[in-house]
Design a protein. Structure first.
Lengths: 698, 76
């Protein structure tokens, strides 16, 4: 009876579970000292995922269904391995590896080296891992990260690229015990064959066994724009992300899939990583303490001078894994998130849809190219601030020809040979390392140069204007603001509520205070203190989203204040405002305004706010709807003082001063009623006599 | 040296002849909070002094500016 036939589609690539089953049958046929232990692995059940179908029938003495005791199973396997046998253990769900952790850590791994000589342990623990099946918190985890760094314990991961039998043979034959993690979603997928993923993506295997699978767009761009490192099931999602980034942006994303997670052999793929300089590491495990952070450390050690961007680490959320499919999708890392994050973090430059012929070719016959060198380890792009030699002029070697601005300095780039200089990159454009700045031609060009590639990949292609009078390059500071507001609009589904506040009493009281202290105190000073004082009763509004369903609450209010004193918009942080007299808060704000004007903040003064007050008090400003500064949840908005005539009950008219007080809030966490209660509290602080007395107490 | 009136007038974008000792946010809407910061910074740079945050909050008129500078030993 051929049990495998039920797992293999005639004429097509086998499913991953079928390939596993076939490999196990082959291993058993080749080795009489191979044992297989696990729960419910005997026929007719054949294991929870049918991977062991047929094995107990064919090899009843060496395929042993065990009681439900992961520690016991692994202990027996340790004894068999110590006696020189080969042993495969199946843990029904990787989550249950925790029950075998003591055996793996203190016996399996240590047996290799604790007997005075190296003792080979031919033992491999297989376990299905990962979610996307609705199995809930204790049957969906990816526990790989908990086993990284145990001496003499190798970690492997199944993928649809790596042939299974060589992988199992290598792992069992090495003498170093190991764990093979198998993303359970892969079981029903088909293995890749013949170097082709789909009509766009191809792959090659490199680095021996288990080695790496290297996925890349078919013949379009030889060098990667960005490389994603992804094991096992996450590799499948990374490949989907690579495909969408190629389709949408013509970004050449290469995916590297290791067969062995630890120890990680980076040598075979270093040239690819070095060529890209932009690397993302993705995995399905939950956030923090991840395989990706370990890989990032290795990459920084090996590739620091070549990296153009910090290693992007993507994992699932810091959360248990829900059972409900729609919630599970929120927690687990998926292809869409991978693609969005790779694009949003600037790792994926866009290319013209026309393909490589639309980009500036390197090393063409049109003279010597002048490219942007790597100037530091901080910046991924530099700005062309000035051409120092006119277009078409003759230059000698070592002539300074173009000035590039990094985030910290301006560097002059020199010509490496003589020639007529042809400008390619335009002043004000941002160029990456290696981008073509210009050419040194033996004779002046007669035709108009092609335009430089669009310098703003995140925004996508910009429609061509009919006529451009001039260009206004954004400053570094404005680009920083652009990044913040773009992220806010992308990440935060915000709503906005406005409340009108009578400021008569507050302004009179603040004026009195100013008279007494000789220094002005304004509505902004009072509002910052009022916002800080409200923290105790509205802690949720000062929190940050830890994941899709959890808000991390702050221990104390730290109020960011928008200050636009000219050169740039800053949001420094006021601490302890709830404890300080309002005059001291006013001093603090004045100090911050001066620092903003002089651009002399320290990083600590700009970091750590958990709520922000947006001050918009220029004359005539009625209301400003602010963004919500992710990952904060709220931003309070204060407009300028308005004046109006009101009719008293007595019939007399009087002037009233008032302001609009607004609250922009992350509607995923804060509802309209919360916003109204919070604004009411602030309004009371500024209108009520007793509350004002407390607010302005000296 | 530029006079205090000219310095303030330059930032308020009015002629020095329109600046008096009383000129301040209470008398002109041109003296906004942003311009207040610019005035304080300009005074600091022009006269080589630094104002404390509390002093910066007290200088709500040209007269007050002059008073603070005199307290720092400057004849303005």
């Amino acid at each position: 009876m051929n049990q495998r036939s039920t797992l293999t589609r005639p004429g097509g690539a086998p499913r991953v579970s079928g390939e596993l089953n076939r490999a196990l049958h082959s291993l058993f046929s080749r080795s009489e000292r191979l044992y297989f232990l696990g729960e419910d692995i005997s026929d007719p059940y054949g294991g929870a995922f049918k991977v062991s179908k047929g094995l107990s029938t064919a090899y009843p003495d060496r395929v042993i269904a065990t009681p439900l005791s992961e520690g016991g199973i692994t202990g027996v396997a340790n004894g068999l391995a110590l006696c020189g046998n080969q042993v495969i253990v199946e843990i029904m769900f990787g989550d249950f590896l925790a029950l075998a952790f003591d055996q793996l850590l203190n016996f399996t791994a240590k047996s290799v080296s604790m007997y005075g000589q190296r003792v080979p342990m031919h033992l491999l623990v297989r376990c299905p891992v990962g979610g996307n099946r609705g199995y809930g918190p204790t049957h969906s985890q990816s526990p790989q990260k908990h086993f990284i760094g145990i001496p003499n314990l190798a970690l492997y991961e199944l993928s649809p690229f790596h042939a299974v039998e060589p992988l199992l043979t290598s792992a069992l034959g090495s003498g170093t015990p190991g764990i093979l993690f198998e993303d359970k979603v892969l079981y029903t997928r088909r293995m890749y064959r013949d170097g082709r993923v789909d009509e766009v993506l191809r792959y090659e295997m490199t680095g021996g066994t288990p080695g790496w699978a290297h996925v890349f767009p078919d013949g379009r761009r030889p060098d990667p724009d960005v490389v994603i490192l992804a094991p096992g099931g996450a590799a499948q999602r990374a490949v989907e992300a690579a495909r969408s980034l190629y389709d949408d942006r013509r970004t050449a994303v290469h995916v590297l899939v290791p067969g062995r997670l630890h120890p990680l052999d980076l040598d075979p793929v270093l040239p690819t990583l070095r060529a890209a300089g932009r690397v993302a590491v993705v995995e399905e495990g939950t956030a923090d303490g991840t395989w990706g952070s370990h890989v990032a450390t290795l990459l920084y050690e090996r590739l620091w001078p070549d990296l153009r961007h910090p290693v992007l680490q993507l994992s699932s959320a810091d959360s248990v894994i829900p059972t409900a499919p729609h919630l599970e999708r929120e927690v687990l890392l998926g292809p869409r998130t991978i693609a969005e994050r790779v694009a949003a973090d600037g790792l994926a430059p866009a290319h013209p849809a026309s393909g490589p012929e639309g980009t500036e070719p390197l090393g063409t016959s049109d003279g010597e190219t002048v490219t942007a060198p790597k100037l530091n380890n901080n910046d991924t792009e530099y700005r062309v601030v000035e051409w120092l030699v006119a277009d078409g002029a003759w230059v000698e070697p070592d002539t300074e020809i173009v000035a590039l601005e990094t985030s910290k300095a301006v560097e002059d780039i020199v010509a490496t040979s003589a020639g007529h200089l042809h400008h390619v990159a335009s002043v004000g454009s941002d160029v990456g390392v290696g981008a073509v700045l210009g050419r040194l031609l033996p004779a002046p060009r007669e035709t108009a140069p092609a335009p430089a590639p669009d310098p703003m990949p995140e925004t996508g292609p910009v429609p061509a204007a009919a006529a451009v009078a001039s260009r206004h390059p954004l400053s570094r500071a404005q680009l920083g603001t652009a990044a913040v507001v773009t992220r806010s609009h992308r990440e935060v589904p915000a709503a906005f509520t406005v409340m009108r506040v009578d400021m008569e009493r507050a302004l009179d009281r603040l004026a009195d205070l100013g008279e007494r202290t000789g220094a002005a105190v304004g509505p902004a000073d009072a509002l910052v203190k009022a916002v800080a004082m409200a923290h105790t009763d509205f802690p949720l509004l000062y929190g940050t989203l830890a994941d899709a369903r959890t808000v991390a609450l702050a221990d104390a209010p730290r109020v960011g204040v928008t200050i636009d004193a000219g050169p740039a918009l800053y949001v420094p942080v006021v601490r302890d405002a709830e404890k300080l007299p309002v005059a001291d808060v006013a001093d603090h704000l004045m100090d911050l305004r001066m620092k903003a004007f002089r651009q002399s903040f320290t990083a600590a003064e700009l970091d750590g706010a958990n709520i922000t007050v947006s001050l918009n008090q220029d004359p005539g400003v009625v209301l400003v709807q602010p963004i919500v500064q992710w990952p904060q949840l709220c931003m309070v908005s204060l407009g300028a003082v308005q004046r109006e005539l009101v009719l008293e009950d007595s019939g007399a008219a009087r002037e009233r001063r008032w302001v609009n007080l607004g609250l922009a809030y992350d509607h995923r966490v804060v509802n309209g009623s919360d916003a109204v209660r919070f604004l009411t509290r602030l309004r009371t602080s500024l209108e009520d006599e007793d509350a004002l007395a407390s607010l302005t107490a000296e | 040296m530029t006079t205090l009136e000219a310095l303030v007038g330059g930032i308020l974008e009015v002629g020095a002849e329109h600046i008096t000792d009383d000129t301040g946010p209470a008398t002109t809407g041109d003296w906004t909070s942003l311009r207040h910061v610019r005035i304080v910074a300009a005074v600091e740079d022009a006269y080589g002094v630094r104002l404390t945050p509390r002093e910066a909050r007290t200088v709500r008129s040209v007269r007050a500016l002059r008073s603070v500078l005199k307290a720092k030993g400057l004849d303005v």
